[in-house]
Design a protein around this ligand. Sequence first.
Ligand code: ARG
Length: 235
Amino acid sequence: GLGGGGSGSMTIIPGTAPGFPPFETKQGGEIVGFDIDLLSAVVSNTDYELESWKDFEFSSLTPALKNDKIDVIAAAMTINEKRDESIDFTNPYYSADQAVLVRQGASSPPSNFAGLAGRTVGVQEGTTGASVVEKQLVKPGKIAQSKFNTYGNYVLAVEDLVNRNLDAVVLDTPVARTFVDRRAVTIAATYETGEKYGFGVRTDADDLTKALNDGLEQVRNGGKYEEIRDEWFAG
Ligand code: ARG
């Protein structure tokens, strides 16, 4: 990636972490979703060209970027200070909070985030959902470490919720709403975090970051952003 120069076009390798619908999922071996379509549209407005997508577990994306296995992360990744210390982000392209997902018809579901105390909770490793549960509930001893379960992706966590191995899953609101549409689960509470997603880029790739920001602005101004959003967030 980031090769080329000279006469050829500069290619970049995109990386994502499927299992986070509708941002990225695997459909018959192919990676599809809002992030996939958005980054493709953004890059089509630049001098760069996308190579084929590589998939990783979410927690492996930043190392993959730093080790040059990929050139850009498009994985509904929240821009935050800690991550900003090791990678750069484009301007934000989507907003989210955290949701508490429970089984449909669960008896006495938590009525707010604090109500998760004493319950068995699942999260995806390395996510903002994982860190908010850890900081607010596990560290202060409100949830025992043994009742705090981390998964490689949220599809597995929701599966364990449906199978009654968990009381709740904590995850980004837009993804929680997608699981509500697809599985026998419901949102019991939300927790406002005001997260914003950005594409992740290496700190030494300022030209790419700038090109992606320009491309994103064009996608927003030209109406393409709404088109892609409506396709993946119907209803
Ligand atoms: N927005 C959350 C974060 O940045 C969750 C992202 C998970 N993304 C994924 N593709 N699994 O931590």
